[in-house]
Design a protein around this ligand. Structure first.
Ligand SMILES: [Zn+2]
Length: 379
């Protein structure tokens, strides 16, 4: 039993890599959501008293009228998403028309046609569609939102009042990403949905604007105001801290994290032994001890970068330098992409310094009158 478990653990990383590649190749192209001639040149329906030709929008008059116009499309993530021209480009934004179910471009679109995932984090001053955020929210809490606060909660108004509002809201809003919390005020037809990720809240707000749930209502979707409850505020602050910690954790080697968090009580002792590199009383600083890449001085960091028939550095008397890779313990070593904090030349210099120091103890062996002149001999 025990042997079988170990085997699967060892085999897992290589299998994972293969699966990843297959998925990438098999992804299908994004589907155009509407016909190309869907957008005609006729002006939008009159929803105000003045038509602004620059913004192609009606202004003034009754704002309610605009609210009562039902959205013309609705995104169906399962059916519509797929790769677009944006998938090969890092830092691409999500397609606003896709979210609204109205993108006619399909695979030719320059924006992403899929749901944001946990690692799709855009800069704090823009939303996931690449639109600039503002310092303040609009008075009606509509629009892109504010960069002053991470907002993952959207407000939903004008829900048709029934007994099962909560279930209906949960079903419709779960389409746009993982949800953390849902609160519903049954009698008032109002709900609050908090997503796990901010990008999903941004996406959902656009996707559900002016849509209907199970009844033929037209929803009013906006940003929720900050929860005045001190417990909720503390929870939000803690969450942002945890998010930052998680980002750091992902960027650092697993052993380093285990040491900082004190999860491995032996780590401290082991570290002292390993990072001395044979020098009594010496302990390499973190940047050196945890450096990864082909030129790392620590054996663990160099694992996976060994040259196959690499000659080990020899000391004069023919003994092998102690650069032997340490025994297989902790195979959670991720394949490192970068050489770490230090440049390769610095690390190489450190490596040379180490060999030079290690060779010193050989000197006392040569006894005789020359020992006395040793310090002067290399002029
Ligand atoms: Zn698009």
């Amino acid at each position: 039993m025990a042997v079988a478990t170990t085997n699967s653990e060892v085999a897992a990383p290589t299998e994972k890599k293969v699966v990843k590649k297959i998925i990438r190749r098999k992804r299908r192209p994004a589907r155009p959501q509407v016909e190309p001639d869907f957008f005609t040149n006729e002006p939008p329906p009159q929803t105000g008293t003045t038509f602004n030709i620059w913004y192609n929008k009606w202004a003034g008059g009754d704002h309610e009228a605009y609210q009562q116009t039902k959205s013309k499309g609705r995104c169906n993530v399962a059916r519509d998403s797929g790769y677009t021209k944006a998938d090969g480009v890092s830092g691409s934004y999500f397609c606003l028309f896709f979210a609204r179910g109205l993108c006619p471009r399909g695979a030719d679109c320059m924006y992403l046609h899929r749901l944001p995932g946990p690692y799709d984090v855009s800069a704090p001053n823009v939303d996931c569609f690449g639109r600039d955020k503002f310092s303040d929210y609009r008075d009606d809490m509509g629009g892109v939102g504010s960069f002053m606060r991470q907002n993952r909660t959207i407000y939903i108004g004008r829900i048709h009042v029934t007994d099962d509002i909560e279930e209906i809201v949960a079903r419709h809003f779960a389409e746009w990403g993982p949800i953390e919390r849902i609160r519903v005020l049954n009698s008032r037809g109002v709900g609050f949905v908090t997503y796990v990720n901010e990008a999903n809240a941004e996406f959902a707000k656009e996707a559900m604007a002016h849509q209907s749930l199970d009844h033929d209502e037209i929803l009013n979707v906006r940003w929720a105001t900050a929860d005045p409850n001190p417990m909720a505020r503390a929870r939000e602050a803690r969450r942002i801290e945890e998010q930052a910690a998680e980002a750091i954790r992902r960027a650092l080697p697993a052993e380093f994290v285990a040491e900082i968090e004190g999860k491995d009580p032996e780590a401290r002792k082991r570290r002292k032994l390993e990072s001395s590199y044979g020098l009594e009383g010496y302990e390499a600083p973190d940047e050196i001890h945890f450096a990864q890449g082909p030129s790392a001085v620590n054996p663990a960091g160099r694992r996976g970068f060994e040259v196959e028939y690499q000659e080990r550095p020899l000391i004069e008397d023919g003994t092998v330098g102690e650069t032997e890779p340490e025994a297989q313990e902790g195979n959670q070593q991720q394949p490192a992409q970068s050489a770490g904090v230090f440049s390769s030349s610095t690390l190489a210099a450190l490596g040379r310094a180490k060999v030079a120091v290690a060779s010193k103890p050989a000197a006392p062996a040569s006894t005789g009158p020359l020992v006395a002149y040793d310090s002067d001999s290399d002029e």
